[in-house]
Write a protein that binds this ligand. Structure first.
Ligand SMILES: Nc1nc2c(c(=O)[nH]1)N[C@H]1C(S)=C(S)[C@@H](COP(=O)(O)OP(=O)(O)OC[C@H]3O[C@@H](n4cnc5c(=O)[nH]c(N)nc54)[C@H](O)[C@@H]3O)O[C@H]1N2
Ligand SMILES: Nc1nc2c(c(=O)[nH]1)N[C@H]1C(S)=C(S)[C@@H](COP(=O)(O)OP(=O)(O)OC[C@H]3O[C@@H](n4cnc5c(=O)[nH]c(N)nc54)[C@H](O)[C@@H]3O)O[C@H]1N2
Ligand code: SF4
Ligand SMILES: [Mo]
Length: 905
């Protein structure tokens, strides 16, 4: 087939950028930004622009697979057998143990139609509220925040407000990495209007701080104290909008009593910032003509997540900064369709159309619409509670779709025990490689991005059409279709003879049924259909029947969807994060995102070039902390929390403060033995039930792992990862990653206290193709040392160093440069371990800054020392000229050369 273009939507973050997919009907060949899409106007970030390089077929789930008994391997089956079996097991479990013995754990990355089908399945057919989603780990504090303060879960702003605002407060959000296209927009606005003030509130000095006029590096978890401290000053200085407060709010009197105690001195101490910084922040918030706040997981993922959200919204209510251009509290959505999940009621406590499962009237409305007698009354389990109940045996069948809980949930030891304990686990997944796949009794292959049709809602309430470009590989099917097919089979058991509740043939039909449940509600989108979006482009709700355009901003009239029509000041005192630093666990572990990886890396982890920016799991510590622990960058440590431990190398990083440590959230057990969430805690916010993934008490323990392994192999990296990862279980430390661009390779670094059984090394060598063929080898069994390199057509194609690995970085660079020269041969055949010359150091600054143009940090630094400025670097090296994701980092390097001491605020 000829090359074609299909306009669709990026499957990563909640910015919801439009993408043009170039394909030939079978394969996706390229992507570019859709100039007509109002979320991005043609731009894409480093993740969006590499979408076509990800999704390796080797890693995709292609056929249904069924395990017929615990301990047995899964084997391939057909869809009929798979879904009939699932319907039998679910029906039997429901009959024997009741509807609340089964549960659904779904995802903010499903499409609205998928969600709706799941919701109806759980509540109307099964009769349980046990349906929750990974948005519980992500947006549920924002949901509670909006509802408590404003009356409905509706972000009032839009993206244009970023350009129009005079003061933008970015709090608990690293938007330079996590919402890059919005960050580009803010960068441009600020360069046009430099007088615009940008405040960043984050314990770490992130790339987002590059744009900040003021960075408040508050101590982790102290946001509520900070916001109350700001309000204290707003009241004191009379920087408040009395008319707005009087006309449109209630509850300030009580809040005033609370914030009276949050004096500047006390707040500056609690938050670890200066009084001057606090005052500056309050002045800008209180005196700027317009004030916009943007926030994300630094507020939500907290045992005080709901309080943090409302304390921030309090500032908008006190200053009347809501319901007009450039102003308002704007929660940035994480996942591409977490909004759609909230709208369709896909958290256990919600129902479709922004309704409440606990509200009898709401239940009756939905039951009537669905034509069932009633909806379940029992409260449904939220994510953390669900896995706890499963661990204790109360959940007997679990259906997981589009999420990877064995990587992303906190307290992994308990989560994996729960999955192990559950008699029947169904996993609806696009990739068979995830950590959770190992626990699935039934694996159902799902169509993924570019292969499915439906809608998503982005951060600014805008609904886009996700269009299918190519067919799904193997026997993979769309999520809504799998769900509907299963539901129809389950109906035969649970409602024999009744008319089907699931007579859907297209996702557009699912949408049309769903949208009627929003009629007359705050989010009324009954005027939208797939066809309408195709005609008019993506639209913002509310969009009631008959409307010709969406709604750009909410609450312009100051009327809020609360009982009294007034917005509510919420009076919650500051409560510290659950795990405070103490003598046993003296560091706070912060987790968060990297620029080029997405969550558990099932997709981004298939593209070697996305490892160019950060190549492997390392723990970031302030240089003082390294000195205190007598550590050098690269040293391995045992990072221990109250729940578990992970061994990994440390790095020196002055963007974290002493007393803190940072670890990216992406490294699950597949890429780093144990995975980051072995350490994190399941404690959650009392209202939102969102866990405190951002702060865990940890300590560093020295390790003595003198036996080390380094391996590299080119070729089908996903296949290699799958065969080699299980062999790494024997080591105490194991980190796997990809490298290279044109010729990707799998890299393994591992260590243990003593040499492993010789058979294990032989097995590893077998997988690496190092047992025969054009292999140069040197073995010293006496010292348990050995080195092997495979050279084909004068190129290194595989390496294995065992015992010690002094030459690993040298060998890796020879491989990268395609060099297999005499020097290598001489080194290989000699008993020496150290590389020739002084080439043993890790090439830390060889990282790729600019992924689009493949420009390394080395090259940028060399350019800077030649006197190039940003413009010069762009012209000469091309870096930063495409997606722009690397520009903040380049600016930081430029600033660091200009002034040797980095200035924090
Ligand atoms: N590249 C990339 N982008 C993504 C994703 C991804 O996986 N990769 N995931 C998407 C999803 S689902 C989400 S939810 C978003 C998340 O987007 P963000 O929330 O912006 O990302 P994080 O890095 O998780 O956390 C943001 C910041 O919170 C800071 N922080 C930690 N504790 C506190 C605190 O107590 N107070 C304050 N004020 N700040 C704190 C951290 O230092 C961190 O820099 O990203 C979305 N975009
Ligand atoms: N320590 C720590 N942990 C965290 C966080 C943190 O900041 N720190 N952040 C939390 C947050 S905010 C989030 S959102 C979660 C994310 O955690 P997860 O939801 O576990 O993240 P993903 O890896 O994106 O999982 C989505 C899965 O769906 C699969 N998939 C992709 N497309 C499709 C499809 O079309 N259909 C189906 N059925 N499957 C598909 C992917 O292969 C992938 O395995 O992680 C949370 N965990
Ligand atoms: S900002 Fe990047 S990841 Fe997010 S939707 Fe746009 S292109 Fe995709
Ligand atoms: Mo998220």
């Amino acid at each position: 087939m000829d090359r074609q273009i299909t306009a669709s939507t990026c499957c990563y973050c909640g910015v919801g950028c439009g993408v043009l997919i170039e394909h030939d009907g079978e394969r996706i060949l390229g992507v570019s930004g859709d100039p007509a899409h109002p979320a991005n106007f043609g731009k894409l970030c480093s993740k969006g622009s590499t979408l076509h390089l990800t999704g390796d077929l080797t890693a995709r789930a292609l056929y249904p697979e069924l395990r017929l008994g615990k301990g047995l391997a899964r084997s391939r089956t057909d869809w009929d057998t798979a879904l009939d079996h699932a319907a039998n097991v679910f029906a039997q479990t429901i009959t024997e143990h009741g509807p609340d013995s089964v549960a659904f754990y779904i995802s903010g990355q499903l499409l609205t139609e998928d969600y709706y089908a799941f919701n109806k399945l759980a509540r109307a057919l099964v009769g349980t509220n046990n349906i929750d989603s990974n948005s519980r780990l992500c947006m549920s504090s924002a949901v509670v925040g909006y509802k408590r303060s404003l009356g409905a879960d509706a972000p009032p702003c839009n993206y244009e407000d970023l350009e129009l605002s005079d003061c933008v407060m970015i709090v608990g959000s690293n938007m330079a990495y996590a919402h890059p296209i919005l960050f580009r927009r803010l960068e441009e606005a600020k360069s046009r209007r430099p007088q615009m003030k940008v405040i960043v509130i984050d314990p770490r000095r992130t790339d987002t701080c590059d744009l900040a006029d003021l960075h408040l590096a508050i101590l982790p978890g102290t946001d509520v104290a900070l916001f109350h401290g700001i309000l204290h000053l707003l009241l004191w200085e009379d920087w408040i909008d009395r008319d707005f407060i009087k006309a449109h709010t209630e509850g300030l009197a009580e809040l005033k009593k609370l914030v009276r105690d949050y004096t500047p001195t006390m707040v500056s101490q609690l938050c670890g910032i200066s009084v001057e910084q606090l005052q500056q922040c309050a002045e800008w918030v209180g005196t700027s003509p317009s004030f916009l706040s943007l926030w994300c997981m630094g507020l939500n993922q907290s045992t005080a997540g709901s309080a943090k959200n409302s304390a921030l919204i309090n500032l908008h209510l006190a200053t009347g900064q809501i319901g007009r251009p450039g102003a308002g509290p704007f929660s940035l959505t994480g996942q591409p369709n977490a909004m759609g999940g909230r709208e369709t009621g896909s958290l256990s406590n919600l129902l479709p159309g922004h309704r409440e499962a606990a509200n009898a009237e709401h239940r009756a409305q939905v039951a009537t619409y669905w034509g069932v007698d009633q909806l379940p009354e029992n409260a449904g389990l939220t994510a953390i509670e669900l896995f706890e109940q499963m661990r204790s045996g109360k959940i007997k069948a679990l259906w997981i779709a589009c999420t990877n809980p064995a990587q992303s949930m906190p307290d992994q030891t308990a989560v994996r025990e729960a999955l192990q304990a559950c008699p029947f686990v169904v996993l609806q997944e696009a990739f068979h490689t995830t950590e959770t796949a190992a626990f699935a009794d039934l694996l159902l292959p799902a169509a993924s991005w570019g292969e499915k049709d439906g809608t998503v809602t982005n951060s600014e309430r805008r609904i886009s059409h996700v269009r299918r470009a190519i067919g799904a590989p193997g026997e993979a099917r769309s999520d809504w279709a799998i769900t509907v097919d299963f539901a129809q089979r389950l109906e035969k058991h649970l409602r024999p003879g009744a008319t089907s509740l699931f007579a859907f043939e297209t996702p557009a039909q699912v949408f049309d049924e769903y949208k009627q449940l929003t009629r007359g509600r705050d989010l009324d989108l009954s005027g939208i259909s797939h066809e309408l979006i195709d005609q008019l482009g993506p639209q913002q709700w509310p969009f009631p029947t008959g409307a010709r355009e969406g709604t750009a901003r909410l609450y312009l009239d100051g009327v809020f969807p609360t009982a009294s029509g007034r917005a509510q000041f919420v009076t919650d005192p500051y409560r510290a994060a659950k795990e405070q630093r103490d003598a046993r666990f003296p560091l706070t572990l912060i987790t968060g995102r990297l620029r080029d990886q997405w969550h558990g890396m099932s997709r981004t982890g298939t593209a070697a070039q996305l490892f160019g920016h950060v190549s492997e799991a390392v723990l970031s510590l302030h240089p003082d902390e390294l000195r205190r622990h007598r550590l050098q960058p690269g040293d391995l440590i045992n990072l221990k929390s109250r729940r578990g431990a992970v061994i990994l190398p440390v790095s020196s990083d002055d963007s974290v403060r002493p007393g803190q440590a940072f670890l990216p959230m992406h490294w699950g057990d597949r890429f780093l033995k144990g995975g980051v969430n072995t350490l994190t805690l399941p404690a959650f916010d009392p209202l939102s039930k969102q866990p405190e993934l951002k702060h865990s008490g940890v300590r560093l323990e020295p390790v003595n792992l003198p036996w080390q392994l380094f391996a590299l192999i080119e070729g089908d990296v996903q296949q290699h990862l799958e065969t080699l990862r299980p062999l790494c279980e024997a080591f105490s430390y194991a980190s796997l990653s990809l490298a290279g661009r044109e010729r990707p390779a799998l890299l393994i670094r591992a260590a243990s206290a003593t040499a492993p059984e010789p058979q294990l090394l032989r097995d590893i060598d077998q997988c690496l193709g190092l047992n025969d063929g054009p292999v140069l080898a040197y073995d010293d069994p006496r010292r348990s040392i050995g080195k092997r390199v495979r050279i084909e057509n004068s190129r290194i194609t595989a390496i294995r160093l065992a015992g010690e690995t002094l030459a690993q970085h040298w060998l890796q660079s020879l491989w990268l440069e395609g060099r297999a020269d005499e020097q290598l041969r001489r080194w290989l055949l000699a008993p020496l371990s150290a590389p020739p010359g002084n080439t043993g150091a890790p090439a830390s600054d060889s990282k790729t800054l600019c992924n689009c143009m493949n420009v390394s940090q080395n090259a940028v630094c060399a350019g800077i020392s030649r006197g190039l400025d940003l413009q010069g670097l762009k012209q000469e090296l091309g870096c930063g000229t495409q997606c722009g994701s690397c520009v903040p980092e380049i600016k930081r390097l430029l600033a660091a050369t200009a002034q040797p001491v980095a200035v924090t605020s």
